[in-house]
Design a protein around this ligand. Structure first.
Ligand SMILES: [Zn+2]
Length: 172
C-alpha cells in the first residue's frame, strides 16, 4: 500500500485537485483511498490554498459584503471565480483589513471615515457643508461666482433684499 508515488504523479494529482476533482475520484484514478489522497496532497502541496467564499470572508472579518465587492470591482484585490462564487485565498484574506482601511480614508484629510460617509470623514464633511465655497477648487470657485452673478442679474429685487438682510445681520 505504501508504494512510492513519483513526483510527476504527485504533480498531476495536485493539478487535478486544483481543478476541483473530488478526493474520492482522485483516489480511484490513482489507486488510493480518498484519505490517502488527502494526506498525499497535504504533505506535498505547500502551495495548496484554502479558498474562502466572499460571504464567509466578510463574516469572518466583520465587514459588509459590499466592501469586499468594492475592493474587487476596483481591482484592488483579485479573487477567483471558478464556479458561481468569488473565492479568496488565505493570503488575500490577511491583506483585506489594511486594504479596507486604505479605501476608507477621507479624501480630504486622510483619516479613516465612518461607513455612512462616502468620501470624507465627519469633520471634513461638516466643514465642507459649512464652508462650501472655501472647499471648492479654483475652477469651481470661478464657476460659482459666475453663476451667482448671473442669478443676481436675473433676480435683482430678491438679490437686493438678501444683500440688505445680510448687511443688517453683520452690523446687528
Ligand atoms: Zn477628513
Amino acid at each position: 500500500m505504501n508504494n512510492r508515488i513519483s513526483p510527476a504523479t504527485i504533480e498531476l494529482l495536485i493539478r487535478e485537485r486544483n481543478k476541483g476533482k473530488p478526493l474520492r475520484q482522485l483516489g480511484q484514478m490513482f489507486g488510493r483511498s480518498h484519505e490517502g489522497v488527502r494526506q498525499l496532497l497535504a504533505k506535498n502541496d505547500r502551495s495548496q490554498v484554502t479558498l474562502l467564499p466572499e460571504s464567509r470572508v466578510a463574516a469572518k472579518l466583520g465587514y459588509p459584503e459590499g466592501w469586499l465587492a468594492r475592493l474587487r470591482k476596483e481591482g484592488i484585490i483579485n479573487p477567483v471565480k471558478p464556479g458561481g462564487f468569488w473565492l479568496y485565498s488565505e493570503e488575500q484574506v490577511r491583506q483585506i483589513p489594511s486594504l479596507i482601511a486604505e479605501m476608507r480614508r477621507c479624501e480630504q484629510c486622510g483619516k479613516p471615515r465612518p461607513l455612512s460617509y462616502p468620501r470624507f470623514c465627519r469633520e471634513c464633511s461638516q466643514y465642507r457643508e459649512k464652508h462650501h465655497y472655501e472647499s471648492l477648487s479654483p475652477e469651481a470657485k470661478a464657476e460659482h461666482v459666475k453663476r451667482c452673478l448671473a442669478w443676481r442679474k436675473a433676480n435683482r429685487e430678491r438679490s437686493k433684499k438678501i444683500h440688505s438682510r445680510a448687511k443688517q445681520e453683520v452690523s446687528g
